[in-house]
Design a protein around this ligand. Structure first.
Ligand SMILES: C[S@@+](CC[C@H](N)C(=O)[O-])C[C@H]1O[C@@H](n2cnc3c(N)ncnc32)[C@H](O)[C@@H]1O
Length: 240
């Protein structure tokens, strides 16, 4: 069964996801830090360092949202970065941040769909996606499109939520996602359903080896996964 933000709506998952992120775009950065207790910054830093070590000249950040990854990638290298997202609300917040950092000539923010990317085949040296893939309506289409726009030899780096397998860490994960997150979102968020969706979509998304297999099925020749913070998140690397 498809996990969607608004179970009573008959709109497509894509339309619901875009509407939901438009609605929470102004609070997204603040809520993100709160929900992960800021640990996401460490995960992002790892992914950025690994990608920039490959010295890419053209980077695409898919599901860029408010642009944190795209901005950091541009700040820490001389690469040309394109951020793409489905939600104009998230992109607008991102565009303001790009302007604030004076990066307009290095970071392009584009409205678009990961499942039909508006770019040439073999266009980018690296593609990044942070907390985006589990929102795709068709995961396989999205991954295949990313594979298409990567140059041969190019790298895809994905940061996504995962689930711990150790029973003790599993309990901590349940405490965080089942008790703490709903409580934080009920008190502080404008749309608590959005945060229920984020938890539900995280708990049903393929992770570790299962997601690595999906990357290989989409045509990547090599794929690996690297657990973060006791398995709460995972970073995947795949090569075209
Ligand atoms: C949880 S946010 C992550 C944003 C950002 N990457 C970050 O790390 O904070 C997920 C983003 O995925 C975007 N998204 C979902 N489905 C998409 C699709 N098919 N194509 C492009 N963006 C999509 C949403 O609009 C949203 O901005």
């Amino acid at each position: 069964m498809k996990v969607v933000p608004y179970k009573d709506s008959n709109k497509s998952k894509k339309a619901q996801v875009s509407e939901m992120f438009d609605g929470i775009s102004k609070e997204y950065d603040r809520m993100n830090r709160l929900i992960t207790f800021g640990v996401d910054l460490k995960w992002r830093k790892r992914l950025i360092n690994a990608v920039l070590a490959l010295k890419p000249q053209r980077i695409l950040d898919v599901a860029t949202g408010t642009g944190d990854l795209a901005i950091a990638l541009a700040q820490q290298s001389d690469a040309q970065v394109t951020g793409l997202d489905l939600s104009s609300g998230m992109l607008n917040v991102g565009k303001n941040k790009v302007k604030h950092h004076g990066l307009q000539d290095r970071v392009d923010m584009v409205l678009g769909d990961s499942e039909s990317l508006p770019f040439e085949t073999n266009d980018f040296d690296a593609v990044t996606v942070a907390f985006g893939v589990r929102n795709f309506e068709s995961l396989s289409k999205g991954i295949q499109e990313i594979h298409r726009v990567l140059k041969p030899g190019g790298t895809l780096a994905v940061l996504e939520t995962s689930k711990p397998t150790n029973p003790i860490f599993k309990f901590g994960y349940w405490l965080h996602t089942g008790i703490l997150m709903p409580l934080i979102s009920k008190v502080l968020a404008s749309d608590p359903k959005a945060y229920t969706y984020l938890v539900d979509s995280a708990s049903s998304f393929p992770y570790n080896q299962a997601f690595t297999s999906i990357l290989l099925e989409a045509g990547f020749s090599k794929a690996s996964f690297h657990k973060q913070t006791l398995g709460a998140a995972c970073i995947y690397y795949a090569q075209k």
